[in-house]
Design a protein. Structure first.
Ligand code: DX5
Ligand code: ZN
Length: 222
């Protein structure tokens, strides 16, 4: 049976203990590491970028799932490819030539992802489904960790699942924001396969056990 893919969000980690916390998450079964890049313009917060990615690459080979919440994300495609980023996900709300950027991401050997804010319709990605390796649905308004899962996301996950299936797309369907042991089962049952979790992983005493608990919840609903 297919396992849920957990991508812990480093936004909620203790950067002073980054290596130790990342290793604990991976030991607990985390498959990807989610890196939230924010520019203080697309979202009202600033985080990190290339220096953190470079630091991670010094001690782990785990796939880096980079979520760009920045205007004109295309300016980072070449640099992030060179740094060894695995998944490059951006918001179509933040730029103009979405199809061109998806193609450029793939050409550079990364997986191409699009992310939608809660208020953004699935229609924004419909025309480019064949060019997507990942669709990320925001279940909170992006910018901060620790917010609550917006219940309307569950119906949107179902509709996104149907959209991908209709197109025969193998793209991952990822959910980000407010994912906890209470909410993950519902998102999984609706058809998501990849889950970002910040607080629910790095806010816990035992980071590895927290990852395993999220995965277990999905298996209980399988
Ligand atoms: C929010 C970020 C998320 C965030 C999730 O803008 O995109 O990845 O870290 O944090 P939690 O899991 O605490 O909601
Ligand atoms: Zn994110």
């Amino acid at each position: 049976m297919k396992l849920a893919r957990i991508a812990p969000s480093l936004l909620s980690s203790d950067l002073g203990r980054l290596r130790e916390q990342v290793e604990a998450a991976l030991a607990g079964g985390a498959e990807w590491l989610h890196v939230d890049v924010m520019d203080g313009r697309f979202v009202p917060n600033l985080t990190f970028g290339a220096p953190l990615i470079r630091a991670l690459r010094r001690f782990t080979d785990a796939p880096l799932d980079v979520h760009l919440m920045v205007v004109e994300p295309e300016q980072y495609i070449a640099e992030y490819a060179d740094l060894g980023v695995s998944v490059f996900t951006f918001h179509p709300e933040a730029t103009v030539h979405v199809q061109r950027h998806l193609a450029a991401i793939r050409e550079r050997g990364m997986r191409a992802g699009l992310s939608l804010n809660p208020a953004s319709p699935l229609a924004l990605v419909e025309e480019v489904v064949p060019e997507l390796d990942l669709l990320l649905l925001m279940s909170v308004n992006p910018g901060f960790g620790g917010q609550s899962y917006l219940p309307a996301t569950t119906g949107k996950i179902r509709r996104a699942r149907a959209l991908l299936d209709r197109a025969g797309s193998p793209a991952a369907l990822e959910v980000d924001g407010g994912i906890t042991v209470e909410t993950i089962g519902e998102a999984w049952a609706a058809g998501a396969d990849t889950f970002v979790a910040g607080t629910a992983v790095f806010g816990q005493q035992d980071i590895g056990a927290a990852v395993a608990a999220l995965q277990r919840r999905c298996m209980e609903r399988a």
